[in-house]
Write a protein that binds this ligand. Sequence first.
Ligand SMILES: *Cc1c(COP(=O)(O)O)cnc(C)c1O
Length: 423
Amino acid sequence: MPSFENTPDFAKKLDREDELASYRDKFHIPKDSCGNDLIYFCGNSLGLQPKTTKAYINQELDDWAEFGVEGHFHAKNPWLKYHEFLTEKMAKVVGAKPIETVVMNTLTANLHFMMVSFYQPTKTRYKILIESDAFPSDKYAVESQIKHHGFDPKEGLVFWKPRKGEELLRYEDLEAILKAQGDEIALIMVGAVNYYTGQYFNLKKIAELGHNYGCMVGFDCAHGAGNVALNLHDSGADFAVWCTYKYLNSGPGSLSGCFVHEKHAYNKDLNRFAGWWSHNKKTRFNMRQEFDVLPGAEGWQVSNPPILSMAAIKASLDIFDEVGMEKLTEKSNKLTGYLEYLINQLQHKRIKIITPSNPEERGCQLSIQVKNADKSLHEKLTEAGVVTDWREPDVIRCAPVPLYNSFTDVYKMVERLKEILNN
Ligand SMILES: *Cc1c(COP(=O)(O)O)cnc(C)c1O
């Protein structure tokens, strides 16, 4: 644990020593009505816009204007294979091989596509295990898949729950569930970083446990991609999905990333929903061909993709590629560690950080529980120029993002929180 000091000068010193400090200037930072930068700790919800994004999108608009349909071949970045320009850099961000990685569709849609292939229930093995406080969209998706196969979600959905009085999940409890009913569980689908508590799970451990009991294992990495070094390939997970508009700064509603482990890359027998974009690239335009599925994650695409959204992803991935996840997580540990230190310095009885204190078990987000608070605390923070988000019943989620947040942001945020709590 680095030694920190609770002074504005110390925060400034950390900023001066920060190798990534200049990246802040590569982003549009939202401002208050007086033109001052807001303290933006909501990159876990919607990442900020890189200043280069507009030029990347304009390139495609210009090429569309100039070439019309021929842009598929003659655009500077030919649209026909546009998704391929993203694959390698995205694979690096999530620790996967290119053959395991594709950018396509949106997040919940991809979760469904993955379950078509990796949730193949039988009469005796039909359950899906998720964390009890899973993101609502994931819970709805999983429930609807169980129903779709003719089972009752009341029996088919198994929750991995925190113990009474606790917030975080324990692996021994997961193991106990698997011991009791592992042979009835077809799929384990867990958020790699829980959106509410910020707990970053040991993906390899969960995948190994699940596979020992014959379950398929998938992860929703919406809060992990671009935040922690996921090492998806080494985790051994069967599949993973994530969005690109949170830590990956690619704009509202932008496309999703999808990982299918190499061990499934050449399995043509896996059930899947297909489309012309999952078909062999060489014969795709011969039309009237028998379906011939592409190997790897690309073989799960269905449609030709929205190039304008992909241009925004390309802009963002170029920044990630330049920095690398290693330097990013190194700064992230320090930045979040500083936030944790300052909040603990408040020694405020009503405040408790529910996110794990071990940096290996979290990303940049800290979830701060404020006892007996209501949403007005969050509103006062917003008025004070601090953008965080509020999750019922009593949690403020703060995500200092290493690409564009500073140590001074962190210092100022805690000062403003202190003022509000003391009034
Ligand atoms: C953000 C988030 C979603 C949102 O899903 P969309 O399909 O992109 O609307 C789903 N699941 C998790 C875990 C998330 O964090």
